[in-house]
Design a protein around this ligand. Structure first.
Ligand code: MSP
Length: 545
């Protein structure tokens, strides 16, 4: 533990040691969402992953890193071709329509992605062909014939062992697997078995959370087979270079988006200096697409002799009111439903619920209207809102709205500067491992301490005794400082509300532009500044069933 003083205005620089923390060790930070299929319309699943990435991207910008946050749409493949045909339109028209809808989500949610890649864009198509040509030249791809079990819904072959385990049915859709024979181009995945095993052994944090890593390792032990990377039974895809009867398998095309957005395959070009972001720090995905990201993608990158991403984070799934989401059950959390929640509770409340109650770990999470309301009321109204309004209201009442200087009173058993430093330490460690829920808990925990401090020191009673002015000043100066620091730690998840709070407390900082370490250092910077009373989160009536 660091040595700290309990008086504000101390010389102790609690921020400095954190500058050596690995979070700030790399100047860049690259985070990606999966690119979303355009044959579906956006729903909670897509909004969830993108929101998680947004929180982390904001935190890293505040921490002073040069962030690149990528999302986009996956527009090729048989599913898109089929959906378009069913509607009697061209695949590109369907892609345009739904990609626009995905872009609208980003706007509605105020998400701060730096780019939006679409796999039908020329920049992507061109580079995928370059990458595939390089794979051919490196002899990592060959023309061959294959017979195997195919999962049509997932557009994926499964091994004989896996097929037997699931009784020759898709583990995802439950539909029977089909025996398929194809003459195709294959990627020599089997040649990477040892290298992948060594990579996993040397990088225990590569797949998170731990349970997902174990899953991958288990499957890896089954042994790897070469995988077809082209298709001939449909045409909606990127033509295979040099053999245009084949189109490139949608998954190879899609995975490469993470590299093409940075212009990694563009000869001589550097897409506006984006090469510096590679390798990605985090590919955030849902658990159903882990194999592609944790095994196939690294093997492709090894074949291309490109550095591997630092972490693939696979979260679990939202279900809704106890059941798998389905349109017919009426429990589907689609965009209009989300917008209704945002109208009632506000955008930041939506983000908070996503992050603290979502399926970040190895188990699925249940979206419940009642649970949403309870989380809002407990965390945001009664803790964050209440603590900020109590503190600002008392400064208004007892000090005419001007933050007093800390008079140095000692309160036995209370050390708010230490609590703030511990919260920051925990927050930083949590951000390192993408434990965003824990980062939120660290920040809100500090506010709970402030609340308890107010209850224990009873400033409203102290205020009645003129001879205890110093004590009153010490209490409220410390509360204000702790609220200020908590608001910094909460700003990535509650950007709008924390902006409002900063304005009320006359704090000027551009949280998208570094300065975090300095901002979370305990100080007397608020002494003398004006604060206005704030009501951040209004009470909302409980939903009727
Ligand atoms: N196009 C592929 C990904 C290619 S990435 C190189 C794909 N797209 S998808 O549209 O089906 O989106 C899948 C992603 O949406 C999941 O990985 C997950 O991030 C998110 N979710 C979809 N449904 C979900 C839930 N019910 N709950 C949480 N997230 C889920 O797969």
């Amino acid at each position: 533990m660091l040595a700290r003083q309990s008086t504000a205005g101390s010389e102790v620089d609690i921020a400095r040691p954190y500058n050596r923390h690995p979070m700030t060790a790399s100047p860049t930070a690259y985070i990606t969402t999966p690119i979303y299929y355009v044959n579906d319309r956006p729903h909670i699943g897509h909004a969830y992953t993108t929101t998680l990435c947004d929180v982390w991207a904001r935190a890293m910008r505040f921490a002073g890193r040069d962030v690149f946050f990528l999302t986009g749409t996956d527009e090729h493949g048989v599913k898109v071709e089929k959906s378009a045909r069913e509607r009697g339109i061209e695949p590109q028209a369907l892609a345009d329509e739904n990609a626009a809808e995905f872009e609208r989500v980003l706007e509605v949610f105020g998400l701060t992605n730096d780019d939006f890649i679409r796999t039908t864009q020329p920049r992507h198509v061109r580079q995928v062909q370059t990458f595939v040509t390089r794979l051919l030249e490196a002899d990592a791809v060959y023309l061959g014939e294959f017979e195997g079990w195919y999962d049509e819904g997932q557009e994926e072959y499964v091994t004989e062992n896996r097929a037997r385990e699931t009784d020759y049915k898709s583990p995802i859709s439950g539909r029977p697997l089909v025996k398929a024979t194809e003459r195709n181009y294959y990627f020599r995945l089997s040649a990477f078995q040892e290298r992948l095993e060594a990579f996993f052994a040397e990088n225990p944090g590569f797949v998170r959370p731990e349970a997902r890593r174990n899953e991958v390792l288990g499957r890896l032990r089954d042994g790897l087979q070469d995988v077809p990377i082209t298709r001939t039974n449909f045409s909606w895809g990127i033509p295979f270079p040099g053999d245009e009867q084949h189109v490139i398998y949608v998954w190879i095309d899609a995975l490469m988006n993470y590299a093409t957005a940075l212009g990694l395959a563009d000869e001589g070009g550097d897409a506006g200096g984006r090469h510096r972001y590679w390798p990605a720090d985090l590919h955030v995905i849902g658990k159903e697409i882990l194999w592609f990201h944790a095994v196939i993608w690294p093997a492709v990158l090894m074949a291309l002799e490109l550095p591997l991403p630092k972490c693939v984070y696979a979260h679990s799934f939202w279900i809704s009111e106890g059941q798998k989401m389905s349109k017919s059950l009426g429990n589907f959390i689609d965009l209009p439903t989300i917008e209704r929640y945002m109208e009632t509770y506000g955008l930041d409340a939506w983000r908070w619920y996503m992050v603290v109650q979502g399926p970040l770990g190895a188990t699925d999470a249940d979206f419940q209207a009642a649970g949403f309301h309870e989380t809002y009321t407990t965390d945001l109204v009664n803790t964050v809102g209440n603590c900020a309004s109590r503190t600002t209201a008392m400064i208004g009442k007892y000090f005419d709205g001007v933050v007093p200087a800390d008079a140095g009173t000692t309160f036995e058993g209370w050390d708010l500067p230490a609590a703030a430093a511990t919260a920051f330490e925990r927050w930083t460690a949590a951000m390192e491992t993408f434990a965003l829920d824990d980062a939120c808990e660290a920040a809100i925990g500090l506010l709970r301490t402030v609340d308890a401090f107010i209850n224990a020191t009873e400033p409203f009673k102290v205020a009645k005794d003129e001879s205890r002015r110093d004590e009153l000043a010490s209490i409220l100066a410390r509360c204000a400082e702790a609220v200020r620091i908590a608001s910094m730690l909460l700003s990535p998840v509650l950007p709008a509300k924390m902006h409002e709070l900063r304005e009320a407390m006359s704090i000027e900082i551009d949280v998208a532009n570094g300065g975090l370490a300095e901002q979370v250092a305990w100080s007397d910077r608020l002494a003398g500044s004006t604060v206005a009373k704030v009501a951040l989160f209004p009470r909302v009536d409980a939903p009727t069933a």
